[in-house]
Design a protein around this ligand. Sequence first.
Ligand code: HEM
Length: 371
Amino acid sequence: MIDPGMIPTPDPNPLPAPYWVLKLLLVVTFFLHILAMNFMLGGAALALAARWRRKTNAFGNRIFVDVAKKVPVLMAATITLGIAPLLFLQVIYGQYFYTSSILLAWPWFLVIVLLIAAYYGFYFVANRGEKRPRGTGTVMLSSVALVLLIGFIYTNNITLSQTPERWAAMYFSGASGWRLNLGEPTLAPRYLHFMTAAIAVGGLLLTMIAWANWKRDAEYAKAIFQFGGKAFMYATMAQFVVGMWFLVSLPRDLRMLFMGDNPAATGMMMFGIAGAAVSIFLMSGALRKESVKTAALGVTGLTALVILTMSEMRDILRDAYLKPYFHPHEFAVKTQWSPLLLFLGLFVAGIALWAAMMLRYGFGKKAGTAK
Ligand code: HEM
């Protein structure tokens, strides 16, 4: 622990809404952001895998084209849904997040450049995939690599923001601005935990595409269902190893929060592990019985619940890291009711509109018509 006086003081402006409201919105919007990111990144990675296996999987190319068409929309959703938690993060944890962002300097700035390049690549593949497929695999691979790098920079920044003890040494280590938080013991397992989840959720996207095509083109739907469903199962199985690694990499006192010290956190972790195990069994049964609805609706619903629970656990972990410095009861609060209510109304309406658009996009008359 460092002298708390070394931490920049919070913004003197009072919070515009009760602390718990901002906190709830941070967790919920982060969950939505990470869900969209998982669909986008996992979908793109599995599209690539399908293309690589096109010699053994007759539908490999078609899966690639079909999924690639959906990736730019999912990328847009990831970015839009990333802005919301960014706002709440700055309000609640501004002095930690700004400090770590400044320390990471160039890699942090680079996120925007990488994002634009990756986005262009995804659009290129989506528009050219069917007609002129040459080179689209390479472009897709490059975009996926850039997105993986963006995720890595995020994990560097978030882990650094919650360990102020590392700041001073890092600041005085040089002025080039080219730094990452590579000395952080939880960095690799934490990052892999997010990326493995992306593959699993990408598999769920494929089961949804299978569902949308079930009546239209059964043969294709079955092929994409098997491919996506198995990807979900294998990635979720791998998550047991990666998750365990993440847990043991945590400092002992923080790890113990999830192993009895904090009953709520422990309960959430047990729910998360049990939910993941049940989802594997559900998916395995659905694949055997060709029950696409169970996979696309049931497993996706359960997985979303597990991810929401884990988002809350992640938040508990951050507060435990920052416990010596972060005292939320000291925040001044001056609730601005009318903008808050307007925001909440628009937020709920926006999510509903977005869900309706997604359903129409995925299940409408023209959906999934790529050959
Ligand atoms: C498209 C590529 C992106 C990827 C792969 C990505 C991935 C991630 C990952 C893995 C985390 C969690 C890091 C951790 O806790 O260790 C994260 C957090 C976050 N992302 Fe993204 N992200 C992307 C784009 C964006 C964009 C464009 C924004 C904002 C406009 C954004 C806003 C956020 C915020 C605010 C958090 C932290 C929330 C919190 O700590 O509660 N992300 N992102």
